[in-house]
Design a binder for this molecule. Structure first.
Ligand code: PLP
Length: 401
């Protein structure tokens, strides 16, 4: 039985996996993956924003190997050096408070939701428990985080949903202000909405949210699960806005491919949760934390983070060239740093994804006619040129131009 057939028979079908049912990825190096038949693909999906350093970055591999030989797991009843060092590194490079470690973005957001509720009840008022989140947001698939997610289609058929979530249009500060009331405990947004099509928050919007939260005694939570860890050109997306949240949630790229997530708190709310309030068996696993320390070193100490904006500019230049040569096909480009989306004029994004894949390029169709790219930060000019030439060839094929 081949691998896709085994999936069909044994793996619950919750993903829109490779529609061509062929791409069994066997290995990855840098910006490329190889399938079981030896076919090579330039990977501009990057594990959906996980593989920021590319595949099997030698520093991450070495950190994992070294830690796995010493200790793979121990309970959070004890201390480990990688977890302590990573918490220190994250705190000192963000809000200056404490960190709770989990395994996934949804779990990090659950942590933030629980912490915000407990903090508000204990410190502000007992009836403060609701959240205002953005329409078009994505915060995860657990019941609380799918309810925080402001998209009905993700919630359909899972009711009754947990109470306490209200939605307002993204980038509409007045609507957020109107949605806030005496029961609100926090506002939660993504600085860049990833899953719903790469929508970037405006500076004034995030600044207004900070003001609204300060005036009403609310916490501001930034979900940086997809846009954090350097993706937008700064370590955290909020750092380019001059707006500091009270809680950041992180996952995806944090562990360099290992499952790891974090809810990072400012000092004011670092004690919101205490012993027995929250836990995660695998959260802060020493192998994952060692991998994350290697990610931080490569980004911050070796300076890879500083290359993100220049690489983004280079990609945008190539996309501009495609738009000039094929007028009207790419209607618009959105994004920041290395999270970008191209809005195609009436073209089927899934067909573009399939066309690119057949030529050795992985891109991600989101929505009817939007293609998202999340390339690793280690790409070079040749990689970008290869992306642009395959992407353009595919558009030419599909439009017959
Ligand atoms: C902004 C954001 N938050 C939360 C999540 C959920 O993360 P996970 O799939 O690790 O639970 C995602 C996943 O795409 C995301 O993009």
């Amino acid at each position: 039985m081949d691998i896709p057939t085994m999936y069909e028979q044994y793996v619950m079908n919750t993903y829109r996996r490779d529609p061509q049912k062929t791409l069994v990825i066997k290995e990855g190096r840098g910006a490329r993956v190889r399938d079981e038949r030896g076919g090579e693909y330039l990977d501009f999906v990057g594990g959906l924003a996980v593989n920021a350093l590319g595949h099997s970055h030698p520093r991450v591999v070495e950190a994992i190997r070294h830690q796995a030989e010493a200790l793979i797991h121990t309970s959070n009843l004890y201390y480990t050096e990688p977890q302590a060092k990573l918490a220190c590194r994250l705190s000192e490079n963000s809000l200056g408070g404490k960190v709770f470690f989990a395994n996934s973005g949804a779990e990090a957001n659950e942590t933030a939701i629980k912490a915000a509720r407990k903090y508000a009840k204990n410190n502000i008022s007992a009836n403060r428990h609701t959240f205002v989140t953005a329409l078009g947001s994505f915060h995860g698939r657990t019941l609380a985080t799918v309810t925080a997610t402001g998209q009905e289609h993700h919630q359909k058929d899972f009711d009754p949903l947990p109470a306490g979530f209200i939605y307002a249009p993204f980038n509409d500060a007045d609507a957020f202000e109107r949605a806030v009331n005496e029961e609100t405990c926090a506002v939660m947004v993504e600085p860049v909405q990833g899953e719903s099509g790469v929508h970037v928050a405006e500076k004034d919007f995030l600044r207004a949210l900070r003001r609204i939260c300060d005036e009403n005694g609310l916490l501001l939570i930034f979900d940086e699960v997809q846009c954090g860890v350097g993706r937008t050109g700064t370590l955290w997306a909020y750092q380019d806005y001059g707006v500091e949240p009270d809680i950041i949630t992180s996952a995806k790229a944090l562990g360099g491919g290992m499952p790891l997530a974090a809810a990072i708190f400012n000092p004011k709310i670092s004690s919101a949760l205490g012993p027995g309030d929250h836990a995660s068996t695998f959260g802060g696993n020493p192998v994952s934390c060692s991998a994350a320390l290697a990610v931080m070193e490569v980004l911050l100490d070796d300076g890879l983070l500083q290359e993100v904006n220049a690489k983004s500019e280079f990609i945008l230049g190539e996309i501009k060239r495609i738009r000039e040569q094929l007028p009207g096909v790419v209607k618009g480009v959105r994004g920041k740093g290395l999270i970008l989306a191209m809005e195609l004029d009436g073209l089927n994004a899934a067909a573009v994804q399939a066309g690119c894949q057949s030529k050795g390029l992985l891109v991600n169709a989101i929505g009817e006619s939007t293609v998202r790219i999340l390339p690793p930060f280690i790409i070079d000019e040749q990689d970008v040129q290869q992306f642009a030439s395959i992407f353009m060839e595919t558009l030419q094929e599909i439009t017959g131009s």
